[in-house]
Design a protein around this ligand. Structure first.
Ligand SMILES: [Zn+2]
Length: 1026
C-alpha cells in the first residue's frame, strides 16, 4: 500500500494530534494466552539481549509506561509502550528516502512480502491473513519511511507474525519474478501468444495509476513535491507510472541492502505482552549478525527556505460526475511551518491550524467559506505533519478562474486581521476542550494510532518519548497564553504573515488530460520495445510464462505458522446492560468503563416520512445542526456545542433485518458525547435541536447545500469497489436499494437534480418540516454508555431530558408502529440486470451481487466462509496476481448479498467472467480443498467478528441492529461447525445456474471501446453516463 500521508483513513495531523484523537479502551483479555507484562524489570542503563535501556517514563495521561532502548552493536532503536491493553502492536520501520520517482521504496515494500529465507512461500503475507486473528496487518510506504505494522490480541499470533515480518524485511528472497509481478514488466497482451503486442503490467504500476485517478491525490502529491523540492520530498516515493518502468531489479536489491539495515531501523511494540522475548529473538536471530552502518545516507536535511513566495499551475481530469468544468478549479495556499522534531513548536502549529480553519467561528471559515463563491475547503486543507518540515494548506475547490486572485487576497486579509485582533477567547476554549475530551475518549486501535502519530517525528529524531507527554504541551501553551495576551498574535505574525516560503498552487481540469497520458504511455512502451530483437522478445515471453507458472503453482503453506481452533474463543463477549423505559422511551443502558465520558445515541424512526422526504434525509443530517436554533444563531450554537461536547452527529440508519431479505429498519441515528460534568449542557443542546422550528437564514442554508453537493463525488475513485458493490447489491436487494438511494451513486444524481429544480427557500421549509415530524419522543429509542459509578446522577438528568422533549399530539400511524419495512427491487424476468456507470478514470471497479439468505438462516455462516475461501484461493490469485488489479475478492454482506468485487482493475468484462466462473472453479477444486483451508476461511471471518470494541460502542450492535448475544452465539457455533459438504451445498444452491436471476452486475469505469456488452448472453445492460 502507498499513501503520501500513509494510510488514507488517517487525517493529516501532527503526531500530537493523532495521539489525542486516538485513544483506546483497556480491553479484557479474551483468550488468556499472554504471559503477562515484564515492564517493571527494566532499569535505565541496564542491558537486555544486546539492547541498552536509555529511558523509562510513565505517561500518566495515557496510563502508559514507555521504555526506550538502543541496540548497542547496530544502534537500532526500540520503543516499547506498555499499557494494559490486549490489542498489542508490533512494527518494523525504516527510513527510506528515494531520490527518484521510480517507486523504489514502494516496490520494495511489496516485494519483501513475497517470501523469505525462513518462509520461502509465495506471498506469505497474504497467506498469513488467513492463518491469524490479527486485528490489523499491513505494510505502508510514506514519503520518507516504510513501515510494517500489525496488531493482535492473541499472544501466539503475535509471536508468529513477528517472525514472518522480521524475516521478510531482513532476509527477503527478492526474486526477479516477484519484482516483475509486484513492480512492472513487459508482457505480451496475450501472454500465451508471442505475436501479440507488448504492454506494461505490474501491481504497483497499476496501483499508482489508480492513486492518481483521484484528482485530490494529484493535488496533494504535487503540492508536496513543489513546496519541498530539494530532497526526497521532491519525488514520488510511491512511483510515477511514467517513471516506474525505469527501475531495475538490481536497483531494488541495492536499495534493500542500504536501507533495510538494523542501523536504519526503528522497532515499536505496544500493549501488555512481555518485551524480553521480543528483544531476545530480534537480537539472536538478526541484529547480532550485523555490524553498525552509518544511517546518515538516509537523513533528510531541512528544506532551504525561499526568499520569495512561488506560484505554480497544474492540470487534472475533468470530473464528469460533478458540476460544470468552469467551476472545477482548485486554488490552494501552503506555508512551510515547523521542524517536526521540535515537539512543542509543531504542537503549537497544529493548534493554530485548528483555530484558523475549523468550524464557523474560525477566521478562514468566516472569510473564505461564508461568501459562498466556491465549493468549500479542499480535503487537503489543514496541517500536514508528515514531512520533516510541516505544512499548512488552505485551499478552495470549485473556484471560477476569475476568482483566483480573490482567494489569495482573502487569505492575506484574514491573516492580517488575526495579527491585528487575535482570536475570540471562547473559540480558544473550544479547541482546548476538544483536546481534553479526546485524551479521555477511547478507541480500539490506540496502539496503532500512536505508532502512526509518532512515526513521522521518530523518523528524524531519537527524542521521541517526550512527544507522548501531551499534558505537558497543553500546560505549556496555557501558561504562555496566561503570561502574554499577545502570544498567539505574535506567533501568527512570525509563522504565517512574515513567512516567505509560501506556495500558491492552482489546479485546473484539462479535457485532454487522459489523451495526453495515454499518448505518453504509448511513447513509453515504444521506447521500451524499440530496440527489441526477436530474441529479446522471446526472452520476455519465456519469463512471463515462467511467472505464470509460478503464479498457478500451489504454494506449500505448511511451513507457515498458524493458529489452531482453540485459539478462537467459544463465547461472545457479554456487555453489562439493562433495558429501561423512561416516559415511553426505550433505553438501553450499557455499563462500561467510560473514563468519565457520557455517550448518547438515539434512533429516530423515519417511517412517517414520504418517499420524497426520505430521499432528503442525507441532506437533513448534514445541515440540521449547522443552522443555529431558535435561541442561538449558528455561530453561538456551534461555540456552545464545541465547548461542551465533542460535536453532534446525524447519520442515516438502515438496519437490515436479521430474519427477512429486503427488509430493514429506516431511521436516523443521532449521537454525541461529553465529559460527565457537562451532561446537563449536552441535554440542553439536544433540546434546542428538537425544538428547531423556523429558521429563516436561507442564505446560510443555500451555502450548506452547495458545500454538501460539492463534496459528494470526492473519494469515489479511492473507494470505487464500495460504490460498485453497493450499486450491484441494489439491483437484487430491497434494503440495499434503499441504501443506494441514500448514499450511493443514485444519491449523487438525486442531489444534482434537486439543486437544479428547487428554490432554496422551499427546500429549507421541507427540511425543517422533516425535523418537525422526526423530533418526537414517541419515535425515539436510546442507548447510553456510561460508567456504573455515576450512573444514578446521569440517569436522573437523563429522565428530565426525556420528560421535556416534544411529543407529537397525534397518535402514531400504523406505519410508525412497525419499525421495519420491506423494500422492492425492479429486475427483468429473463435476464441479468447490469449497469455501467461511466466515470472519467483510467481503471475500473467491477462487482457482481448474488442474493442469498438473511443473517439467521443456517446457510449464512457457510456462505461467509465460502466468500473467504473463494477470495484467497481463486479471486485474489486470478484478479490481482495474474491480471494486475490492485485487489479482488468476495464477501457476504449483512443484507444477505454475496458480493464479488475488483479494485483498481485494468480490465472490466473479463473480470466479470472471472466472477461467473467461481461456481465452475469450486466444482473442480473443492475436492482438493483441505481441512486447513476451511479452518483458515473461518479464521478470516472471526477476525472481523472478534475485532475489539471500544467502551463507546459496547452493546451498540444490539441497539442498532438488534443483534443480541444469543443470536451472535448461535452464528458463532454454526460457523465453527462449517464443513466441506456444507460449502458444496451453498455453492451449488446460490452461485450456480439455479440462482442466476437473483444476480446483478456493475462496472464503474471509463467509456471503453473494448467493453462490448452486446455480445454478452442473458445480460441486460444500462449505460449511465452523467
Ligand atoms: Zn502498494
Amino acid at each position: 500500500m502507498w499513501s503520501r500521508r500513509i494510510v488514507s483513513y488517517i487525517k493529516p495531523n501532527s503526531p500530537v494530534q493523532k495521539i489525542l484523537r486516538g485513544l483506546s479502551q483497556v480491553t479484557k483479555p479474551k483468550t488468556v494466552t499472554s504471559k503477562g507484562s515484564d515492564v517493571h524489570n527494566f532499569k535505565i542503563g541496564e542491558n537486555y539481549h544486546g539492547f541498552q535501556v536509555k529511558d523509562v517514563k510513565d505517561i500518566t495521561e495515557f496510563r502508559i509506561t514507555a521504555i526506550y532502548l538502543i541496540h548497542e552493536k547496530t544502534k537500532a532503536q526500540y520503543l516499547h509502550l506498555y499499557r494494559n491493553d490486549n490489542n498489542n502492536v508490533f512494527s518494523v520501520n525504516f527510513r527510506t528516502t528515494p531520490m527518484t520517482s521510480t517507486g523504489l521504496p514502494h516496490i520494495l515494500e511489496h516485494t519483501v512480502l513475497c517470501g523469505s529465507e525462513l518462509f520461502p512461500v509465495r506471498d506469505p503475507f497474504f497467506k498469513m491473513l488467513n492463518r491469524s486473528l490479527a486485528t490489523f496487518m499491513n505494510a505502508m510506504t510514506g514519503s520518507d519511511y516504510t513501515m510494517y505494522p500489525f496488531s493482535t490480541q492473541n499472544y501466539s499470533d503475535y509471536r508468529n507474525l513477528q517472525k514472518i515480518y522480521l524475516d521478510a524485511v531482513f532476509r527477503p528472497n527478492l526474486s526477479e519474478l516477484d519484482f516483475m509481478q509486484e513492480g512492472w514488466r513487459l508482457e505480451h497482451t496475450d501472454p500465451n501468444e508471442i505475436n501479440t503486442d507488448i504492454i506494461i503490467k505490474g501491481i504497483v504500476y497499476n496501483e499508482m495509476k489508480g492513486v492518481f485517478s483521484e484528482n485530490e491525490n494529484i493535488l496533494g502529491q504535487k503540492l508536496q513535491n513543489l513546496i519541498l523540492p530539494d530532497h526526497t520530498y521532491g519525488v514520488i516515493s510511491g512511483g510515477d507510472p511514467m517513471e516506474i518502468p525505469n527501475l531495475t531489479w538490481n536497483d531494488l536489491k541495492k536499495f534493500h541492502v542500504d536501507h533495510y539495515h538494523p542501523s536504519n531501523c526503528r522497532i515499536y511494540s505496544y500493549g501488555n505482552f512481555p518485551l524480553l522475548p521480543s528483544l531476545e529473538y530480534i537480537n539472536n536471530e538478526y541484529f547480532i549478525k550485523y555490524a553498525h552502518s552509518l544511517p546518515s545516507n538516509t537523513e533528510v536535511p531541512k528544506q532551504k527556505r525561499w526568499a520569495e513566495p512561488k506560484k505554480e499551475e497544474i492540470s487534472c481530469r475533468i470530473d464528469n460526475l460533478s458540476e460544470n468544468p468552469e467551476k472545477q478549479n482548485t486554488v490552494s495556499i501552503s506555508l512551510l511551518l515547523s521542524d517536526n522534531t521540535n515537539i512543542y513548536e509543531t504542537f503549537l502549529m497544529q493548534f493554530l491550524t485548528e483555530l484558523l480553519i475549523k468550524g464557523p467561528n474560525a477566521p478562514f471559515y468566516k472569510s473564505m467559506i461564508e461568501p459562498n463563491f466556491s465549493g468549500g475547503f479542499t480535503p487537503s486543507t489543514g496541517f500536514d505533519g508528515q514531512p520533516r518540515d510541516t505544512i499548512l494548506t488552505v485551499g478552495l475547490q470549485g473556484v471560477k478562474k476569475e476568482d483566483f486572485d480573490k482567494v489569495v487576497q482573502l487569505y492575506e486579509e484574514t491573516i492580517n486581521n488575526v495579527v491585528e485582533n487575535g482570536f475570540d477567547p471562547q473559540h480558544i476554549e473550544s479547541v482546548l476542550h476538544r483536546y481534553e475530551l479526546s485524551i479521555k475518549h477511547e478507541t480500539s486501535n490506540f496502539g496503532l494510532n500512536l505508532l502512526f502519530g509518532l512515526t513521522p517525528t521518530w523518523n528524524h529524531t531519537e527524542k521521541i518519548v517526550s512527544a507522548l507527554e501531551v499534558n505537558n504541551l497543553i500546560d505549556k501553551l496555557k501558561t504562555e497564553l496566561k503570561n502574554n495576551p499577545n502570544y498567539l498574535r505574535d506567533i501568527i505574525k512570525q509563522y504565517f504573515k512574515d513567512n516567505k516560503h509560501r506556495l500558491i498552487l492552482i489546479m485546473s481540469p484539462d479535457k485532454n488530460f487522459d489523451s495526453k497520458l495515454e499518448k505518453s504511455e504509448k511513447q513509453l512502451i515504444k521506447k521500451k520495445t524499440k530496440g527489441l530483437t526477436e530474441k529479446d522478445k522471446k526472452i520476455i515471453f519465456e519469463k512471463c510464462q515462467e511467472l505464470q507458472k509460478q503464479q498457478t503453482q500451489p504454494a506449500n503453506t505448511n511451513i507457515l505458522p498458524t493458529l489452531v481452533i482453540d485459539d478462537i474463543s467459544a463465547d461472545v463477549e457479554k456487555v453489562d446492560k439493562v433495558q429501561v423505559t423512561v416516559n415511553n422511551v426505550q433505553t438501553q443502558i450499557n455499563r462500561v468503563n467510560s473514563n468519565g465520558i457520557v455517550y448518547f445515541k438515539a434512533i429516530l424512526n423515519t417511517n412517517d416520512l414520504s418517499p420524497e422526504e426520505q430521499m432528503q434525509l442525507p441532506l437533513f443530517c448534514y445541515v440540521i445542526n449547522k443552522l443555529g436554533t431558535t435561541r442561538l444563531n449558528y455561530r453561538e450554537f456551534d461555540s456552545l456545542v464545541t465547548r461542551k461536547t465533542a460535536g453532534l452527529s446525524f447519520n442515516n440508519h438502515i438496519a437490515e433485518s436479521l430474519f427477512h431479505l429486503h427488509t430493514y429498519e429506516p431511521g436516523i441515528c443521532i449521537s454525541s458525547y461529553c465529559l460527565e460534568k457537562n451532561v446537563e449542557s449536552m441535554w440542553d443542546i439536544w433540546h434546542q435541536i428538537f425544538k428547531i422550528s423556523d429558521i429563516i437564514d436561507v442564505q446560510r442554508f443555500q451555502m450548506l447545500v452547495q458545500l454538501y453537493v460539492a463534496n459528494l463525488t470526492h473519494g469515489i475513485a479511492d473507494a470505487g469497489h464500495v460504490y460498485a458493490m453497493q450499486a450491484a447489491s441494489s439491483l437484487v436487494s430491497g434494503s440495499a436499494y434503499q441504501v443506494e438511494l441514500l448514499s450511493g451513486l443514485q444519491h449523487i444524481s438525486y442531489m444534482k437534480r434537486l439543486i437544479h429544480t428547487s428554490n432554496y427557500k422551499a427546500m429549507l421549509e421541507e427540511i425543517l418540516n422533516i425535523g418537525k415530524i422526526l423530533f418526537d419522543r414517541k419515535k425515539m429509542r436510546v442507548a447510553l454508555n456510561i460508567s456504573p459509578e455515576n450512573q444514578s446522577d446521569i440517569l436522573h438528568s437523563y429522565e428530565n431530558f426525556i420528560n421535556n422533549l416534544p411529543e407529537a399530539e397525534k397518535q402514531l400511524t400504523p406505519e410508525s408502529e412497525s419499525t421495519y419495512v420491506t423494500g422492492k427491487v425492479w429486475a427483468p424476468t429473463d435476464a441479468i440486470h447490469c449497469q455501467h456507470h461511466v466515470m472519467n478514470i483510467p481503471v475500473s471497479y467491477c462487482s457482481k451481487a448474488v442474493l442469498s439468505v438473511p443473517y439467521t438462516h443456517p446457510d449464512f455462516p457457510k456462505l461467509s466462509c465460502l466468500a473467504r475461501l473463494l477470495s484467497s484461493k481463486y479471486l485474489h490469485p486470478e484478479i490481482r496476481e495474474k491480471h494486475g488489479a490492485y485487489g479482488g475478492g468476495a464477501r457476504l454482506r449483512p443484507d444477505g448479498v454475496f458480493s464479488f468485487y475488483s479494485y483498481r482493475d485494468p480490465r472490466n468484462l473479463d473480470t466479470l467472467n472471472v466472477f461467473d466462473n467461481s461456481h465452475k472453479w469450486l466444482q473442480e477444486h473443492l475436492d482438493t480443498i483441505t481441512e486447513q483451508d476451511i479452518f483458515e476461511a473461518k479464521l478470516g471471518v472471526f477476525q472481523a467478528v472478534d475485532a475489539p470494541i471500544p467502551p463507546s460502542l459496547k452493546g451498540c450492535e444490539e441497539f442498532l441492529k438488534r443483534l443480541t448475544p444469543d443470536i451472535k452465539q448461535r452464528y458463532r457455533a454454526d460457523l465453527m461447525a462449517v464443513e466441506k459438504d456444507g460449502l458444496r451445498l451453498v455453492a451449488d444452491k446460490y452461485l450456480g445456474e439455479k440462482n442466476v436471476l437473483n444476480t446483478g452486475k456493475v462496472v464503474i469505469g471509463p467509456k471503453d471501446a473494448k467493453m462490448d456488452v452486446t455480445k454478452r448472453d442473458d445480460e441486460l445492460w444500462t449505460v449511465l453516463d452523467a
